[in-house]
Design a protein around this ligand. Structure first.
Ligand code: FES
Length: 145
């Protein structure tokens, strides 16, 4: 599941000024994820044990998005978050890298607010830098040559 809140918001520089609806917990099955983009900053959340864990979609290894397909953030067993670039795996509930090139690092957690079964990206948190777009960089390099 994926949606983009960037077009409905006032310009946000570095601080999120309002809560943004993410999903109702009932919208997701266990170990299913949802994506959202806020001002070109993608994030995702995974339902686990009737809770929701959300992270900015930047791998701590080199700062690229973790997934190569929409909504695909987990390993085959759906036990860990897995980066599609070099295979790092992260705890769903902790965001800690437990294997791979950035072992010991953490995904950046997105602060959520819960009202009944509805989850919101909480206001008053800093937005990270947008992830590195390697494809756009490669195309720009080609144009320069
Ligand atoms: S970019 Fe994620 S493991 Fe390398």
């Amino acid at each position: 599941m994926r949606h983009d809140a960037g077009n409905t918001l006032p310009t946000i520089k570095t601080m999120l000024k309002q809560d943004i609806f993410l999903c109702n917990l009932d919208d997701l099955d266990e170990q299913e994820s949802i994506e959202l983009s806020i001002e070109q900053r993608p994030l995702f959340a995974v339902r686990l044990n009737d809770n929701l864990y959300a992270y900015w979609n930047n791998c701590p290894h080199i700062g690229v998005p973790l997934n190569w397909m929409p909504g695909k953030f987990l390993d085959l067993d759906k036990a860990f978050i897995q980066c599609s670039s070099h295979g790092a795996i992260f705890g769903i509930d902790t965001g800690k890298c437990v294997a791979g090139p950035c072992v010991g690092d953490h995904l950046s957690r997105v602060e959520l607010k819960q009202k009944d079964n509805n989850f919101y990206v909480a206001a008053d948190q800093h937005l990270p830098s947008p992830p590195i777009n390697l494809r756009a960089q490669a195309l720009a390099d080609l144009e320069d040559n």
